[in-house]
Design a protein around this ligand. Structure first.
Ligand SMILES: Cc1cc2nc3c(=O)[nH]c(=O)nc-3n(C[C@H](O)[C@H](O)[C@H](O)COP(=O)(O)O)c2cc1C
Length: 200
């Protein structure tokens, strides 16, 4: 067995390792009910939880998103397009002294169909979730898990059997968060080279 051609640099685990290299993540905007209005917050540590209709994201007990989700037992997830990167950033703007987040006024939303909440208008995929559980104890973070109770997709982003998947992604590029602090618009994609006997 040969070692890789390039040197291995140990990364200290004395502090969190994640700022030392890049990794790819999605970027979603989580919506929750807050008072008479709503809250929106971007999350890149977010993904389907398994093969069934569950979705999870990493949160923090210090974020209003977690308190809102625990109180209402519902949340929404919008998947923004690359053109909406500023909206994703605005959703993380600091709160005012009265704890309001005025930047949210610049993010157009529409009502969810099944849960009491809002979805981000120009996104391409929308999930509505009932809170399943909050798993605590990952250092400063928590995992918030939802059961998807409704989902909808922009018709331009819907996979249809007679269309070419590569063309679809070229026409409707996907937003990727390149952590930390960068983003990418993914328009070029390739079929995964599955083994001939691969089964899920
Ligand atoms: C690009 C980006 C990605 C983020 N990803 C996460 C994440 O995955 N988990 C998390 O807890 N916070 C994440 N945050 C931070 C929160 O979403 C942010 O602090 C938010 O404003 C909290 O708002 P809230 O108190 O209204 O919930 C992210 C922020 C940005 C800008």
């Amino acid at each position: 067995m040969e070692r890789p051609a390039h040197g291995h640099v140990p990364v200290s685990i004395e502090t969190p390792i994640w700022s030392r290299f890049y990794t790819i993540a999605p970027l979603v905007i989580v919506g929750t009910r807050e008072g008479d209005g709503h809250d929106l917050a971007p999350k890149h540590m977010a993904m389907p939880l398994g093969w069934d209709n569950y979705f999870c994201f990493v949160c923090s007990p210090e974020h209003a998103t977690q308190a809102n989700a625990q109180r209402t037992r519902q949340f929404t997830v919008s998947f923004p397009r690359p053109e909406q990167i500023v909206e994703a950033s605005l959703a993380a703007a600091p709160r005012e002294e009265d704890s309001s987040k005025p930047s949210l006024a610049a993010i157009p939303v529409f009502p969810a169909s099944t849960v009491d909440g809002v979805l981000v208008r120009d996104a391409y995929l929308w999930l509505e979730c009932e809170l399943d559980r909050v798993v605590e104890g990952f250092g400063r973070n928590t995992l918030i898990v939802g059961r998807i109770v409704a989902a909808s997709v922009d018709e331009r982003a819907l996979r249809v059997s007679d269309a070419d998947d590569a063309d679809l992604i070229r026409q409707e590029p996907l937003l990727a968060y390149v952590s930390p602090g960068r983003f990418a618009s993914v328009s070029e994609s390739f079929s995964f080279p599955y083994h001939v006997n691969f089964k899920l």
